[in-house]
Design a protein around this ligand. Structure first.
Ligand code: FES
Length: 160
């Protein structure tokens, strides 16, 4: 399995890494100080790092690390982080036709948390992050507004 995390997205993927199912872990953050669980992840995975300012690992964003590995060799890919980053990952896996092997853990603004208000919806399918997720396959998210829009407290679409 390949795990890809940006910022605090490393936290929900840490238990996977500790369970010995993750071979390679790609992690990124703005700076070295904002990287989470580096020592723990380095102990149990092949850890590769990117930082926006180059203070640790390569200079750049997490998706740039993907270009350094054979993405198609992984049977399963778990992704968690900022939606823009995840959208870039989805574009790369879709390009080589392996989006069915991917799972993305989403966070969206939530009002009700029980599937009624629509504030966490991803159109056009109307997927509710609170009720139907928060983990979705790349196959479901492909061709959706994922990575392009989210909703504010009033339900208005905001460009990401
Ligand atoms: S938070 Fe209301 S539908 Fe998800």
């Amino acid at each position: 399995m390949l795990a890809i995390a940006g910022g605090v997205g490393a936290a929900p993927l840490l238990p996977l890494a500790r369970s010995d199912v993750v071979m390679t872990f790609l992690i990124g953050a703005r700076t070295e100080q904002e990287l989470l669980f580096v020592d723990q992840l380095d102990e149990c995975t092949d850890l590769q790092i990117a930082t926006d300012d180059g203070s640790m690992g390569i200079l750049g964003f997490v998706p740039a690390l993907i270009d350094e590995i054979n993405l198609g060799s992984y049977d399963h890919i778990a992704v968690c982080g900022p939606e823009v980053m995840m959208r870039a990952v989805l574009a790369k896996v879709t390009e080589i036709g392996i989006e069915t092997r991917t799972e993305f853990s989403l966070h969206r603004y939530m009002k009700c948390g029980v599937g009624v208000c629509g504030s966490c919806c991803i159109d056009p399918a109307g997927l509710r992050v609170c009720r139907d997720g928060p983990v979705f396959s790349g196959e479901l998210l492909h061709k959706s507004e994922f990575g392009h829009y989210h909703r504010d407290a009033s339900g208005r679409k905001i460009s990401i």
